[in-house]
Design a binder for this molecule. Sequence first.
Ligand code: NAD
Ligand code: MN
Length: 821
Amino acid sequence: MNVMEIFETMEYGPAPEAAAPGLSWIQEHSPFNLFINNQWVKPTSGQYIDSINPATGKRLAQVAAAHSADVDAAVAAARAAFETWGKTPGHIRARYMYAIARHIQKHSRLLAVLESLDNGKPLRETRDIDIPLVARHFYYHAGWAQLMESELPGYQPVGVVGQIIPWNFPLLMLAWKIAPALAMGNTIVLKPARYTSLTALKFAEIIQEIGLPPGVVNILTGEASQVGEALVRHPDINKIAFTGSTDVGRSIRRATAGSGKKLSLELGGKSPFIVFDDADLDSVVEGVVDAIWFNQGQVCCAGSRLLVQEDIADRLIEKLRERMEHLRIGDPLDKAVDIGAIVSPGQLKEIQRLVNKGVEEGAVMWQPSWACPTEGYFFPPTLFTNVSPATTIAQVEIFGPVLVSMTFRTPAEAVELANNTPYGLAASVWSENINLALDVAPKLKAGSVWINCTNLFDASSGFGGYRESGFGREGGKEGLYEYVRPKWETHEAPSSELHIATESASTYGSKPQAPADEDAEGEGLDHISMSADGYSALLPAIDRTPKMFIGGKQTRPDSGYSRDVYDPQGRVIGQVGEGNRKDIRNAVEAAHAAHGWAAGTAHNRAQILYYMAENLSVREEEFARKIVQQTGRSYVDAAAEVQATISRLFSYAAWADKYEGAVHRPPLRGVVLAMPEAIGVIGLACPEEYPLLGFVSLVAPAIAMGNTIVVVPSQVSPLSATDCYQVLETSDLPGGVVNIVTGDRDELSQVLADHDDVDAMWYFGQAEGCKRVELASAGNMKRTWVSYGHPRDWMDRVQGEGEEFLREATQVKNIWVPYGE
Ligand code: NAD
Ligand code: MN
């Protein structure tokens, strides 16, 4: 045999990693107990569950099965620890976190081996990807602990957080949850997934080693139905952070609705992997391997839908099959193995079921000629062609090593196909034409977009999705806000009180004066407004009944009914249209049609907001009187509200072209562009108080960021909003950007919250309404921002405007752009 022949036939030999260090660590500890208050505590149930090695199907260890009594104990420990930890200076927290990062590195090989044993993923991945990213996450967030005081000055920790993680990246998901929570001064009760608890338990040992104060991190193993649900419902938990399936995420949204718990959800995906015909196909093939065969495809952001430009599809599929023939499957501890074991028999069955379904649906299935190991839970890499976009395998997350491919002709078709799922987690784009790639990236509905790369992660760059992929980000500065709240916010329970502001001091410009012909009190104004000329006292006022404002036009309410508007004395001062479901639907449609608003320039949006301020200021007195009439507040006070409103419009005109993204420098050659993007169509339910300022305080940030909106004004005092129709019409605002529907605020909000084409919902009102909105939002998993009945001082610039509003009006998309050829 000559060298050439050897080269041709060369196979990898086995390169096994020793399991012994992992196995003996397990033996020393099993059965594992619960980690509460830095101590190992026996579960009250006395029960233990098996943790298996999916590569063999054999039992690895026994871990405690916590029940609700254990959850109570852990939450109590976390609550007690929060008293101190929440006030511990950032520098001290940073020291602890730095120690955690160091210890993770010191134990990195053991952690990598344990993870592979317990989860079945190849050691190559745990050693080179999972564990280094875990350490990086703690280092990065140690930095944010250090900087919290100076970089997030207006914020405080949320309190006790419950964190629930899946089995696919057990220690990495733990790090993504624990690191930002600790950095921001929260205390934690974390539940690992049923099948993969071991690295979390090793992490608990690290917590002990570094001497983190007791109760700051508590870890409870066990069943979802016992631990997970008890955490979600626990009254003394201030936030739930969850990663897992969309179904469970939806049930958590419903279970926490109205409780005032903060919530972040990282859910499923069906991410597109888009290949244009000028892409480097050899790179593409390796990209596909990383996209769908990394971690056996059990990756929420797996590139599971291959979208190929038609003219290269056959060539790419052929190359792919060739590559699949050479993938190596087997013992996860073998360093020359590409694909390890599926985490559990249940997951294996589910993959098989969906693959069968694909075949039944008429797609063409292809698998390599080699066979999988028969011991343990293995599934071969699988490729479907001839897939039609509406079929199950093209829509449903398989969470296994199964790729479905489809073709497109034009970039526009690619974008349409890519966005044709209810998810919005990630996407990757392959083209040698950077102009094309950067044009396509913003059009993709995804939280992460990888250009000529895939499945890259870094602590500096936020990760998370939208729509049915959930909401919130992990990593980056944006991820920190999931674990803080404004300092002025109280811890109080959701409130059913109705807050109608009385008088407030002006903080905007000079103190307004009452016009000469008025006394300063609201009582002095009649319900028919009069001017100084001699005639109007003799003539009845011309009736003005505002209609709805939809698509830039004033339209009659569908119901044909009007509702009376009263002053505080109960006198009728006007009518507004009685909006219904149909009006809301029309408004949502108009808002969608106006999506070009987001694509326009920020400069243009700023100009229009300034113009609105200008047009409002021309009618300052009229608006002030209308506020007096509706609220009975003094003229001086009402005029202060109008001035504050003008100032607020200026603020968002200013922000429109200044709330920008960031360029991250993760440890790779390249950059990540973090771009805040409009969410889409937002439904707004305005506060009852401050009829004008409350309305503009929501409208202005939403449209400044490029959203189009459907607004339900104050129900008690809607006339200030309807008086704005003319301001909007004369300010060059394109039709459909702002749509206003008057009527029963809660009824209309319900329709908006239920609506599948509304992407986010803000609701400022009483606790019950907030709960209904959060419950309904679970339908399409829209983002919500509600006040839980807590008052907000709209006249105060800290509470009434600023970055909190802009953050709620945007979502960050991270676009990864590597350098080099
Ligand atoms: P899962 O949703 O069943 O479980 C996730 C976690 O939630 C586990 O710890 C589980 O015990 C717990 N849990 C289950 N039911 C619960 C309930 N009713 N209340 C509270 N907790 C409950 O998902 P899984 O099967 O473990 O993981 C696979 C899924 O996770 C996939 O669908 C995948 O898309 C998703 N995932 C998403 C991300 C992301 O970042 N978006 C990351 C990894 C996995
Ligand atoms: Mn296991």
